[in-house]
Design a protein around this ligand. Structure first.
Ligand SMILES: [Zn+2]
Ligand SMILES: [Zn+2]
Length: 101
């Protein structure tokens, strides 16, 4: 039954690396609002909401909630690759630079 000992620390490089990074980021980034929360309403109009990064009003379908910090970002503040805002994407890039060394 010696194989049981090997169950824990197996981590093959390449696969699972991103999960690891993601949970690391989750610990590092304090969410500014809970997931599923609504974006800030644009005070100047009833049908628009405000991007929390550049403060530009946008209709709801154009805003996306960052999976890490929970902020709502417009299309120009958004990184579709990771489903995060540009601010969190900057942090992801820093982590990747560190990992790739
Ligand atoms: Zn924006
Ligand atoms: Zn974010």
């Amino acid at each position: 039954m010696f194989w049981k000992r090997n169950l824990r620390p197996i981590r093959n490089a390449g696969s699972g690396g991103e999960d690891d990074l993601f949970s690391q980021l989750k610990k590092e980034i304090t969410p500014l609002r809970p997931q599923g929360d609504f974006p800030l309403r644009d005070p100047g109009s009833f049908s628009r909401y405000t991007c929390e990064l550049c403060a530009t009003p946008a209709p709801l379908p154009e805003l996306k909630q960052c999976v890490l910090c929970g902020r709502w970002a417009c299309s120009s503040c958004w990184t579709p690759e990771y489903y995060v805002c540009n601010a969190c994407n900057g942090i992801i890039r820093l982590h990747q630079l560190r990992q790739n060394r």
